[in-house]
Design a protein around this ligand. Structure first.
Ligand SMILES: Nc1nc2c(ncn2[C@@H]2O[C@H](COP(=O)(O)OP(=O)(O)O)[C@@H](O)[C@H]2O)c(=O)[nH]1
Ligand SMILES: [Mg+2]
Length: 353
């Protein structure tokens, strides 16, 4: 699962990217056409909760793959635009950064969003048009599958011609969804708008930010407001200094934490945990995965030799304090192969290879 950071040049993408992966923005190229790749930790308060009851040597958060995709200035030549689109086609979710801080030239979020989004809408129209042509010809020979394709593509085209992204359509059947996915349309991907605010509007109260939030609501996306520059500074501090700086601003955690969790939600992911003396660790799965599939994220041997999962919820630990007490209270569940993992499960996998 990979999340791509997109936006016009100079909106703060690389600054945000470095804050998310916890290194200095100076380490990354600016202005070039090559994307920056990195891995962000997903800060998770539940890890500290678990570690407060189960003594452990190490806490390991879940991670997410990030790509900082260089922005394309409006009116760029087609080769730059194509290179940009090829990167966007590969990602699973889009994090669209919108400049809400004034760099001297004023702020116009509506125009900025439109400039970026109309390129994406246009790209999908090109794909839809040629695909519709092809599917239409096959459908006329009586091919049932192609008829469904035509229906999907016509629905998509109506929305795109209206200048709106495909993600506003939320009533696909499972089959239609599969067809849609096969075309890799860029405006069908889930989007998180990041309103990049200046240090003078950390709460995100300005009209500019409100416009971003409204646009997100209208187009089936989510939105967060943060100051990328401040987040990048926070990321470079050690734990103690960071806590002190956050407290002085009346905050409890860096905004990139909230943001990383929003991305996780957007991707339809959930977390489960393993907890022991050696480490307390968060693992990422797709919502609804079964216990053996979840075991496979740790090691393929555990999936292959899966016997059962002994599990309880983080909330059970908070209530009963120890695993022994959870067992005595009858809250330790023994789950088999068909069990669908719940977000917040703490698990011991029993396996035999
Ligand atoms: N005032 C302010 N400046 C920012 C903020 N985020 C980024 N910048 C500045 O904007 C410029 C462009 O940032 P960069 O991350 O390279 O933008 P990119 O082209 O989207 O990757 C840099 O000089 C940053 O320091 C912010 O939140 N507030
Ligand atoms: Mg950049």
């Amino acid at each position: 699962m990979e999340c791509g950071i997109v936006g016009l040049p100079g909106v703060g993408k690389t600054t945000l990217f470095s804050a998310l992966i916890g290194s200095s923005p100076d380490a990354f190229t600016t202005g070039g056409m090559k994307p920056n790749l990195g891995v962000a930790h997903i800060p998770d308060p539940r890890l500290q909760t678990i570690a407060s009851f189960i003594t452990t040597k190490k806490i390991i958060p879940a991670t997410i793959q990030l790509v900082d995709i260089p922005g394309v200035p409006p009116g760029s030549d087609p080769s730059k635009l194509n290179s940009f689109l090829s990167h966007v086609r590969k990602i699973d979710a889009v994090c669209h950064v919108v400049r809400c801080f004034d760099d001297g030239g004023g702020v116009n979020t509506a125009k900025d969003i439109d400039q970026m989004e109309s390129e994406l809408v246009l790209a999908d129209m090109v794909v839809a048009e040629s695909a519709l042509d092809k599917a239409g010809r096959a459908a006329r020979t009586g091919d049932a599958d192609s008829k469904t394709r035509v229906a999907v593509l016509e629905k998509v085209t109506t929305v795109l011609e209206d200048g709106r992204p495909i993600r506003v359509i939320d009533d696909w059947s499972e089959k239609e969804q599969g067809i849609l996915k096969s075309y890799g349309m860029v405006t069908a991907k889930p989007v998180l708008y990041v309103a990049n605010v200046g240090e003078d509007d950390l709460a995100g109260d300005s009209d500019a930010v409100q416009k971003v939030r409204d646009h997100a609501t209208e187009t089936g996306a989510e939105a967060v407001a943060l100051c990328a520059k401040l987040e990048a500074e926070l990321a470079e501090l050690d734990e103690a200094d960071r806590t002190e700086m956050l407290e002085s601003m009346g905050l409890t955690e860096p905004a990139v934490g909230t943001m990383a969790r929003a991305i996780q939600r957007l991707l339809g992911l959930a977390s489960f945990y393993t907890a022991g003396e050696k480490e307390v660790r968060a693992w990422t799965i797709r919502q609804g995965e079964t216990a053996p599939e979840a075991a496979g994220t740790i090691h393929s041997d555990i999936q292959r030799g899966f016997i059962r999962a002994e599990c309880y919820h983080v909330d059970d630990l908070v209530q009963h304090k120890t695993e022994k007490a959870i067992r005595e209270a009858g809250k330790l569940r023994s789950e088999g192969k068909a069990y669908r993992m719940q977000d917040g499960d703490v698990v011991h996998f029993l396996f035999n290879v």
